[in-house]
Design a protein around this ligand. Structure first.
Ligand SMILES: [Zn+2]
Length: 211
C-alpha cells in the first residue's frame, strides 16, 4: 500500500538583531528562520515542496521574507536535513535499480535461451506464436507449444500443437504437464533451420525455451 503525506518544520537560524516590528509597533529582537514543507512516501522518502526564509519578530513571529539564494549562499549549505531533501531521490534510485535489474535478468534469460536454441535437443518445448510459424494452423494470433521431434544437422523438426491460446497463461499451464504428451500434438512436423529459430527468437515470435 502506498502511504504518503506531507509535513512541515521551522528551523531557527540565529539572531538577526533588533529592528522595529510594524506588527508589534515596537523595537523587537528578530530571528532568522526557515519555514519549509515536505512530502513523503512511506515516511522514508522525502522531498521539499516549499521553503521560505524569514526575518521574524521574536514575539509575534512576523517579518519580511528573505531572498533564499542570498541566504543559502551565506550559509554554504541548506539547513534542511539531507534526508528531507534527497530521500525522494533514493526512491527514484531504487526504482531505477529495479528496472535495470529486470533488464539484466531478461538479458541473461535471453542468453540462456540462445544457448538452448544453438544446441536443440529432442523434447525441447518452444513457446511460440504458432500462427507465425504455421500460418494455416490457427486463424488468429495464437500462443502455443511446439516440441522438437527430430534434429538433422541444421534442421529442426517441430510438432504442431492441437491447442492454442490467446493468452500466455494457458501455455504456461500446459508446459508443466500436457505439452509433454504425444496426444498434445497434431500428426506431422514442420522443419525450421537453426538460423530461422534464432530469427524467430530475436523477433520475439519464439518467446521461451523449456528443456
Ligand atoms: Zn512583532
Amino acid at each position: 500500500m502506498l502511504i504518503w503525506g506531507s509535513g512541515g518544520n521551522t528551523l531557527q537560524l540565529g539572531d538577526a538583531g533588533v529592528a522595529h516590528c510594524p506588527a508589534c509597533e515596537k523595537d523587537r529582537m528578530f530571528k532568522n528562520v526557515l519555514v519549509y514543507r515536505y512530502a513523503h512516501i512511506w515516511y522514508l522518502f522525502n522531498w521539499v515542496t516549499k521553503k521560505a526564509y524569514f526575518k521574524a519578530c521574536e514575539i509575534c513571529g512576523r517579518g519580511p521574507e528573505q531572498d533564499a539564494k542570498a541566504i543559502e549562499a551565506k550559509l554554504g549549505k541548506s539547513p534542511i536535513p539531507a534526508f528531507r531533501r534527497y530521500g525522494g531521490f533514493v526512491l527514484l534510485g531504487l526504482i531505477a535499480l529495479a528496472i535495470v535489474g529486470g533488464v539484466v535478468a531478461s538479458k541473461q534469460s535471453t542468453a540462456e535461451e540462445n544457448a538452448l536454441l544453438d544446441h536443440p535437443q529432442v523434447g525441447d518445448l518452444y513457446t511460440v506464436y504458432v500462427d507465425e510459424i504455421v500460418p494455416d494452423a490457427f486463424d488468429q494470433r495464437t500462443y502455443g507449444v511446439m516440441r522438437v521431434a527430430q534434429i538433422n544437422g541444421d534442421t529442426v523438426s517441430l510438432q504442431v500443437p492441437n491447442i492454442g491460446y490467446d493468452k500466455l497463461k494457458g501455455v504456461f499451464a500446459d508446459l508443466r504437464g500436457d505439452a509433454k504428451n504425444e496426444s498434445y500434438y497434431a500428426p506431422g512436423t514442420v522443419q525450421l533451420s537453426l538460423d530461422k529459430l534464432k530469427q524467430l527468437h530475436d523477433a520475439n515470435s519464439l518467446i521461451d525455451v523449456t528443456r
